[in-house]
Design a protein around this ligand. Structure first.
Ligand SMILES: C[S@@+](CC[C@H](N)C(=O)[O-])C[C@H]1O[C@@H](n2cnc3c(N)ncnc32)[C@H](O)[C@@H]1O
Length: 356
C-alpha cells in the first residue's frame, strides 16, 4: 500500500503523505539556504556593534535582540515549524500501516536473532526522558516506529543529501583505522547508517552498533538484515559497555556527544579509552566548539537550536573544552577542524589514538 522506498528508507503510506513530506523538505531547504544566512549576517552585524560596549554583553543579549529582527523571527518560526511538521508528517504516514511495519521488524528478528540484543531490564537514563529531543515526540525510545520516523525525519533534516547514507559513508570511509580491524564499534548508532557503512568498508570485521534506544536498534537491525549485512546491534549506554579491555580496534561516534550531559560524555570517553586496544582510534563527529563570549550569528543559531528545537545539552557541549577532556584520556588527540559537508553546517571531526 505504500509509496516506493527511497534508498533504504521505507516509502510513505500515500502519495499525499509523500507530497506533504516533500513540501516540508523544500521549506526546510529554503530556510537553510535563504533565511539562515540572513539571520547569521544580521547576528554578525548586530553582534559586532554590541561587542564595542564595555563590558561587552553576553550572547543572550544578542539572542534576544535578534528576536526583534524580522528575518530572525521568520527563520526561527520556520525552523520550529518544519521540525514539527517533519515529525508529525512521518508519524502520521507510518502510523497508517504500523502493523505491517511492526511485522517487518519481527520478521528480521526471527531471521537473525543473534544479531540483535535488547536488554529487557534496560533503565533509560533520566536525560533521555528530560524532553523530546529535537522535538521528536517520545524521543528515540518511546514509540515502536521511532526508527522509521527518525529515518524519514533525518532525510528531511539533511534535505535529501543523505538519502543514500552519503554523509555516514563518507565518515565511515574516512575514519583512520590501521590495517585490517577485527572489531569495530559505532556508539550512539541510532538507525545504524554509519554501522552498515563500516561493515561495507570492513566486510571481514565484527561490526557492532550500540545505542540506548530499543526502537532505533530494532529498525537498525532490520535495515541491515535487508541490506544483507551481518552487523551486531545491542542496547547499551556507550558509557557502560560489556566489551573487554583493549578489545576494539576502532570506534566511530556520529553526532552523539552534543546530546549528552557532561557527566555522561565523560563516562563515554573513559569507556572508549578502556575498550580500545593500544593503537586503536576513536573518531568523533560533532558540532564545533564555540567560545561562550562570541557575539556571532552562528552562536545565535546554536542557541536557537537549543531553545526552539529541543537540544538541551548542545550549548554546554559547544562551550566545553572537549579537546581537553579527550586529552585527559588519550595522549594523541587530533582536533583539526575538518568541515564535514552537511546541509546543516560544518561539523568537527576529532580523532584520538590510544597509546600503543
Ligand atoms: C542524533 S542521534 C545520532 C544517531 C546516529 N549516530 C546518526 O548519525 O544518525 C543520537 C543517538 O544517540 C543515542 N544515545 C543517547 N545517549 C546514548 C548513550 N549514553 N549511549 C549510546 N547511545 C546513546 C540516541 O538514542 C540516538 O540514537
Amino acid at each position: 500500500m505504500s509509496r516506493p522506498d527511497i534508498g533504504t528508507l521505507r516509502g510513505a503510506a500515500t502519495l499525499d503523505d509523500e507530497s506533504y513530506l516533500d513540501f516540508v523538505e523544500g521549506l526546510r531547504g529554503f530556510n537553510l539556504g535563504t533565511m539562515v544566512p540572513k539571520l547569521v549576517q544580521s547576528g554578525n552585524a548586530i553582534g559586532a556593534a554590541m561587542g564595542k560596549a564595555e563590558p561587552p554583553p553576553s550572547v543572550h543579549a544578542l539572542f534576544h535582540r535578534l528576536g526583534d529582527v524580522p528575518v530572525a523571527q521568520m527563520t526561527r518560526r520556520m525552523m520550529r515549524s518544519t521540525q514539527l511538521m517533519m515529525w508529525s508528517g512521518s508519524f502520521r504516514s507510518y502510523g497508517r500501516f504500523g502493523d505491517e511495519l511492526a511485522g517487518w521488524l519481527d520478521e528480521a528478528e526471527q531471521a537473525t536473532p543473534g544479531l540483535l540484543t535488547i536488554d529487557p531490564d534496560f533503565a533509560y537514563p533520566d536525560y533521555a526522558r528530560q524532553q523530546d529531543i529535537h522535538l521528536m515526540p517520545g524521543s528515540y525510545q518511546d514509540d515502536a516506529l521511532a526508527g522509521f520516523v527518525y529515518h524519514y525525519g533525518s532525510k528531511i533534516f539533511f534535505t535529501g543529501a543523505n538519502d543514500d547514507d552519503h554523509i555516514h559513508r563518507v565518515m565511515a570511509d574516512w575514519c583512520p583505522v590501521d590495517g585490517k580491524p577485527g572489531r569495530v564499534l559505532d556508539i550512539g548508532c541510532g538507525i545504524g547508517q554509519s554501522t552498515t557503512a563500516l561493515k561495507q568498508r570492513f566486510p571481514d570485521a565484527e561490526v557492532y552498533g550500540i545505542d540506548i534506544a530499543a526502537p532505533m536498534l530494532r529498525y537498525a537491525h532490520a535495515r541491515a538484515h535487508h541490506m544483507g549485512l551481518a552487523v551486531h546491534f545491542a542496547q547499551a549506554s556507550a558509557a557502560h559497555t560489556d566489551f573487554a579491555d583493549n578489545s576494539i580496534d576502532a570506534i566511530l561516534s556520529m553526532i552523539l556527544f552534543h546530546e549528552l550531559p557532561r557527566e555522561t560524555a565523560e563516562g563515554v570517553i573513559r569507556e572508549a579509552a578502556r575498550i580500545l586496544r593500544p593503537g586503536g582510534t576513536i573518531t568523533i563527529v560533532d558540532f564545533p566548539h564555540i567560545p561562550q563570549d562570541e557575539l556571532s550569528g552562528r552562536h545565535c543559531m546554536r542557541l536557537f537550536d537549543s531553545w526552539y528545537n529541543g537540544e538541551p545539552f548542545a550549548p554546554g557541549f559547544v562551550y566545553s573544552d572537549f579537546t581537553a577532556l579527550l586529552r585527559e584520556h588519550f595522549d594523541d588527540v587530533d582536533d583539526d577542524y575538518r568541515p564535514a559537508a552537511t546541509s546543516t553546517g560544518a561539523l568537527q571531526i576529532r580523532v584520538c589514538r590510544k597509546s600503543a
